[in-house]
Design a protein around this ligand. Sequence first.
Ligand code: SDX
Length: 392
Amino acid sequence: TNGITTIDPGYKNTGSCESAITFLNGEEGVLRYRGYAIEELAEKADFLEVAYLLIFGELPSKDRLAKFHSDIKAQSHVDEDVKKILDGFPKSAHPMGVLSSLTSALVAFNPTSVNVDNDEDMYKAIVKILAKFPVLIAWTYRKRAGLPLDYGDDSLGYVDNFLKMMFKKPNGEYASDKKVVDALDKLLILHADHEQNCSTSTVRIVGSSHAGLFASLSAGINALWGPLHGGANQAVIEMLEAIKEDGGDTHKFMNKAKDKEDPFRLMGFGHRVYKNFDPRAKIIKKSADDVLDSLGIEDPVLDIAKGLEKEALEDSYFVDRKLYPNVDFYSGIIYRALGIPTEMFTPMFALGRLPGWIAQWREMRLRKEPIGRPRQVYIGETLRSFTPIEKR
Ligand code: SDX
């Protein structure tokens, strides 16, 4: 035998690496990026600052952050031929599939991005993808919406520029709204990293073969697409809408979620690590109230979400399994209030998680981690000889 006698499905009890980037305590609902509490960063930092912190390990000085931003601006063009690839997709294509394809295609237009053997080349590859990924997301959205694909305004902040690329009118009109920018900025910070989750582990293992950064990120985007992971934020809104259409009977959907025969799960609930509450969900729930109030939006789906949470917190099935709202449960309500369509929710998760994926990939390469290659417990056929086709 290969000496392996037990396996660990889903790696529930396996530590894959040592990392100095993000700290989680699932029992106490603690989340820290490079030692800073998520509650502080969400209140006091902005997304690009947190991206720098995650990737390079320290909060940047004012000058260093300004240089980081100007280095990113210098790379914020995407080769016009990428639009030809985009033209090849039907409008019905899911944006996550388009994004993973375009991210992988970027290698062809940035061939030197695979060289990361020194700090300078690594920095260039990182800045390139931080600059170009928001463009890919905006173009993917606008292509579906039948709107012209071009750029925002580099004199704006990183998030405001992204919003302009997404929502500027064909005549170029766009009115920055600080409330909207701040709400999205905070959401992106809350999504920025989360130690060895499914998509980050994917980015690490693909990168461990020394595939380039963009190829590794493309794999991570596909892992995040799944409804059990980042795709949950879209699935939550679709579930809440279904409950609303069905007359708002949350109890019926709770019973469906508890029925082992029924594949339906309460989307936005449960977490592999948080067995108490997801600290991000707490912040997002409060932010949802603030954002809807400040934008003067009434969204009946928010009340349904709160009703569902209240019921689950009093239901033994959920309490016994320590199932609480996670990061995806309330985020879609804010995205919707910001004018982001449902099919773009998971791409927004990807935009938020991009710095975390980069930080973890960089750490894996700098620490010279070995190629990921686990073993197995073989349960197939023992040795048998070939049967000629005439005899089968
Ligand atoms: C993210 O890992 C990360 O950090 C991810 C993430 C990040 O920032 O990267 O936090 C982002 O992906 C958040 C999770 C988004 N996914 C969802 O909201 C989808 C619904 N949630 C589940 O599918 C589930 O809770 C997971 C995938 C999140 C966690 O799954 P686990 O840890 O493998 O737990 P499990 O499937 O073994 O469930 C344990 C029990 C089971 O019941 P029993 O077999 O013990 O009777 O709890 C039940 C499950 O059936 N259960 C649920 C449930 N989640 C778990 N029952 C109903 N509804 C649910 N949502």
